[in-house]
Design a protein around this ligand. Structure first.
Ligand code: ZN
Length: 98
């Protein structure tokens, strides 16, 4: 990766799990609401957001490196139940192709 950022022409965000910089559309936005991480499926929830690939491996990496604490500037712990459920559902859908 180069040290320069070209973030203006096409929106890119960094996955808090694998730290890969990716097109915003490929990442799941989440926000912190009342101590819970909520997947922002419509991109409309207010507040500070963080981005994650909606895959279990990135979620686990983010948990392990406490990326959520950094992203949301809080000591945690954060309730990951909603986020985890959503990511696992997507993973299952990917495996069970119709
Ligand atoms: Zn990732």
């Amino acid at each position: 990766m180069s040290g320069r950022t070209h973030g203006r022409s096409c929106p890119q965000r960094t996955c808090v799990g694998c730290r890969e910089c990716t097109d915003k559309g490929a990442l799941l936005r989440m926000v912190l609401i009342g101590g819970s991480l909520i997947p922002d499926l419509r991109g409309r929830l207010p507040g500070r957001g963080a981005y994650l690939h909606p895959v279990p491996s990135c979620l686990e990496q983010a948990v392990r490196r406490r990326a959520f604490n950094r992203a949301f500037r809080g000591p945690g712990p954060f309730d990951l139940a909603h986020l985890r459920e959503h990511v696992e559902r997507i993973a299952q859908q990917g495996q069970q192709a119709p």
